[in-house]
Design a protein around this ligand. Structure first.
Ligand SMILES: [Zn+2]
Length: 307
């Protein structure tokens, strides 16, 4: 049986929120089978649980925000991406502020945290959402067009293409395909950092955003070039970060997908619209488990690879 996964033990991280600049502590704790992933705001007078679901996403400007019972958690996508990459099904995430810490701007620190705690296999079958027919969302025309699509696939594969019309971004790889079963998330995707442009950063700061952002947790560009003295971590770090984000955004549906995701210039808002479109068409998907691991997509039965 392909089993659900949680952590062996609890683990902690401290950092600052990218937008709030606020100090925040995270405690990741093991959870029982079929709990799913649940954020818990432990700083509020009464702790509030926010389970991840596509419908819990209430704001997608700049980052994915989830909320429940009047409580919010901003910028969940990089931590969710690490959970997707390592196949963590059940987890409590105690958090002491409104935003997940940005750490180094990628999901590598979260992968390291999860792997240090160790992954525990549980006595319950892992439940996948299997996409049975294509579902697509689209927006804009011509040069403004963007779209995202899920199609049936025995495994989980993502294809992303970017088009930023910026000299530093355009000189890098514009397109990436990543197959979770055949690839190595920790090595090939997790280290890709978020990125921003100085002209936007100034505007965001004036609006009380990006207060925790800087050269140690983002790739920052002026109108011509990358300002980080160490340059890029991958030749195609920008589009790889979009894959990292998409894996996090899509994991908010609450279960791993069996599908191929293909997107052109998509972002947090469109990724969430795609999930809602899928859920709105009950004949486009079903829930499957694998009693016999040999029936599962190749690579899915192995524990996530180390670095
Ligand atoms: Zn991101």
């Amino acid at each position: 049986m392909l089993q659900q996964r949680t952590l062996k033990t609890l683990t902690r991280a401290v950092g600052v929120g990218l937008h709030s600049g606020q100090r925040v502590e995270l405690t990741l704790r093991p959870a029982q089978p079929d709990t799913g992933i649940v954020f818990r705001r432990v700083d509020l007078p009464e702790p509030v649980d926010i389970p991840i679901t596509a419908q819990a996403v209430t704001d997608t400007r700049l980052a994915s925000t989830i909320s429940a019972g009047g409580a919010k958690v901003h910028t969940v996508e990089h931590l969710m991406s690490a959970c997707a990459g390592l196949g963590i099904d059940n987890l409590y995430i105690d958090i002491t502020a409104e935003e997940v810490p940005i750490l180094d701007g990628s999901s590598a620190s979260f992968v390291f945290l999860l792997q240090s705690a160790g992954v525990e296999l549980q006595k319950a079958p892992r439940r996948f959402i299997r996409v049975k027919r294509p579902v697509e969302v689209r927006e804009g025309e011509g040069a403004q067009a963007k779209w995202a699509r899920l199609t049936p696939y025995h495994g989980y594969k993502l294809n992303f293409e970017i088009d930023f019309d910026h000299p530093a971004v355009d000189s890098t790889g514009q397109r990436v395909e990543f197959d979770l079963g055949a690839g190595n998330y920790s090595r090939d995707i997790a280290r890709a950092r978020t990125f921003g442009f100085t002209r936007d950063v100034e505007m965001m700061r004036a609006n009380g955003l990006a207060l925790g952002g800087g050269l140690d947790n983002a790739i920052v560009m002026d109108d011509y070039k990358v300002l980080n003295s160490d340059g890029l971590r991958y030749d195609d770090e920008f589009v790889k970060h979009k894959i990292l984000d998409a894996m996090g955004d899509l994991y908010l549906i609450g279960k791993p997908l069996l599908a191929e995701y293909t997107a052109f210039r998509s972002g947090h808002a469109m990724n969430n619209r795609l999930l809602r479109e899928l859920l709105a068409q009950p004949d486009a998907w079903d829930i499957v488990t694998f009693d016999d691991e040999r029936q599962a997509p190749s690579g899915f039965a192995q524990p996530a690879r180390a670095w």
